[in-house]
Write a protein that binds this ligand. Sequence first.
Ligand SMILES: Nc1ncnc2c1ncn2[C@@H]1O[C@H](COP(=O)(O)OP(=O)(O)OP(=O)(O)O)[C@@H](O)[C@H]1O
Ligand SMILES: [Mg+2]
Length: 322
Amino acid sequence: MEVLQALAGSVDVLTFDHEQVPNRLLETLQSSGANVAPPPAAKLLAQNKLHARKVLGDMGFPVPPFAVAETPADIERFASHVGMPLMAKAATGGYDGRGVWTVSNLDEAADALNEAGGQLLLEPKLALECELAVLVARTASGHTACYPPVETVQRDAMCREIIAPASASPALIAAAEQLAVDVADQIGATGILAVELFVVGGELKVNELALRPHNSGHYTIEGCTTSQFEQHLRAVLDLPLGSTALCAPHVVTVNVVGSGATTPLRDRLVAALAVHGAHIHLYRKDDRPGRKLGHVTVCGSQAADVRAAAQRAAALLEGAEL
Ligand SMILES: Nc1ncnc2c1ncn2[C@@H]1O[C@H](COP(=O)(O)OP(=O)(O)OP(=O)(O)O)[C@@H](O)[C@H]1O
Ligand SMILES: [Mg+2]
């Protein structure tokens, strides 16, 4: 704590790029006068899915039907209302589909309850038409700048592709932007807020929040006038926000996911670099199956070509023989 206090005393603002930073420490720093951005109370909404569902629902935002389960009887009660299958989620600590289980019966749900340590957020498995994500930057003075909503494509509950701009109807896009800005204002977010949305029956539901530069915003590095990382710093420092305009009609990011590839990384990188227009980012993580190891972004004018090129470069990095 002393080290953190000393750091806080020597800087204009404290921010972070990970939600698992303990709120207790941030609250102590904030109460001793440090400028913590985003504020710990807002950050908790990104850290605890159950807390977020309750708070956003109480604020009047559309959220999926949900229940908290701490016993098999709680699961049975919710299932008797909404049926099976259910999505069962750990309230905290989940990411990239870890801590998210699709359960088809009460036995599987009881296993998930054990694995989650005795508490679950339960939801019906919704028929998703698509998933959107909206990045919005908000300064401490309340200025906001919204990026074009993107479509996210998940496999095994993990985000694999980010397609900008989303091809949803103009009315849905406008509603998604308004919803994201309203959430940012209501929760007092500062910095980048990513709002993950479900589209169900033509309507938006808030899935998850992230209060930091987010995977769904990596496309902004090459794809927008101001990257989400620069924008986050502008926002937490209460500086003018940069343009969120796309630099090309279409921008696609494809995540590179560990596959246990055996060919040397250098060979895979050489192959991927030969894909025209591929911007490659590798995170220097050990290659473990199912782990995000990097991403590829491609910008261009033809939606299908841009997506195909990004998919091809990512597949080559994952070790595919193409
Ligand atoms: N109620 C639901 N109905 C249908 N699909 C769902 C539901 N809840 C989650 N999913 C699917 O699982 C994915 C992951 O869920 P969620 O965003 O809660 O988990 P996460 O692992 O914390 O995600 P992230 O990596 O974004 O932090 C969603 O993007 C969606 O594809
Ligand atoms: Mg998510």
